[in-house]
Write a new protein. Structure first.
Lengths: 130, 109
């Protein structure tokens, strides 16, 4: 779920953003947000269902999600796991452990590097700051 | 006004000593607070990556960081979000029910 940018170029940009060529201004419109979210999914070939928070930050506010956070909602619509505030308390391993306790350990095959890994695709919606 | 008078009117050696004691206490409180602020800034700089990052962290990050009130067992809040196309929306609640739903909140940067 895409929420407001954590390190945009017009706020607290980090050196790693420049190094990794991830330089975007904080989106001011929904189309800015959608453009960045689409850049992200294309660049990383993100295979999972993806949602984009609205400009009122409804999902972010409801879940105190910024800058990054993990949740699991169980079948009854209750919070089953609530991760800590990222990045310091962002622990995907805890989610894996929760899922493993429910469904059993899953062994993933060794990940193969993507052919153009580290080579960002050309971005069309760069620096959305107007 | 009072301190102006105290500077100029001596009310006896014991009183002068008390005033000096109070002044010293304030001075040490000031030094302690200053030292704590410097230590906090250094700690924040180390955590954030540098003095500039510490300033940006306070200015841009801290106002948006909230622990939130949700607890395990609470009903998951609903929210309407957009699909990548931007023309369609869906509700988080629509995606729950059949099996557990993992939500990964984040951004590109």
């Amino acid at each position: 779920m895409y929420v407001r940018e954590a390190h945009p170029s017009d706020e607290w940009q980090m050196k790693s953003n420049v190094k990794d060529d991830v330089c975007y201004a904080q989106p001011r419109t929904l189309s800015d947000r959608l453009a960045i979210a689409n850049d992200f999914t294309k660049r990383f070939k993100y295979p999972l269902p993806f949602g984009v928070d609205d400009m009122q930050n409804a999902a972010n506010d409801a879940y105190a999600a910024w800058p990054e956070r993990l949740y699991i909602i169980d079948e009854n619509g209750k919070i089953a796991y609530r991760g800590g505030m990222g990045p310091f308390h962002y622990h995907p391993g805890e989610v894996r452990a929760w899922l493993a306790s429910r469904y059993g350990e899953v062994k993933h095959p060794e990940a193969k590097p993507a052919p153009n890994e580290g080579e960002p695709e050309k971005k069309e919606a760069r620096d959305t700051k107007s | 006004m009072r301190s102006f008078l105290l500077d100029r009117v001596s009310l006896g050696p014991q009183f002068d000593e008390e005033v000096l004691g109070v002044k010293k206490a304030f001075m040490w409180i000031g030094i302690s607070v200053g030292a704590l602020l410097v230590i906090a800034f250094i700690a924040l700089s180390v955590m954030a990556g540098g003095p500039k990052d510490a300033v940006y962290m306070v200015r841009y990050a801290l106002p948006h960081m909230h622990r939130g009130n949700l607890k395990v067992g609470d009903a998951a809040p609903d929210a309407r979000v957009f699909a990548l196309s931007g023309t369609e929306t869906f509700h988080i609640r629509e995606r729950t029910g059949a099996k557990p739903l993992v939500i990964v909140f984040g951004s590109f940067t």
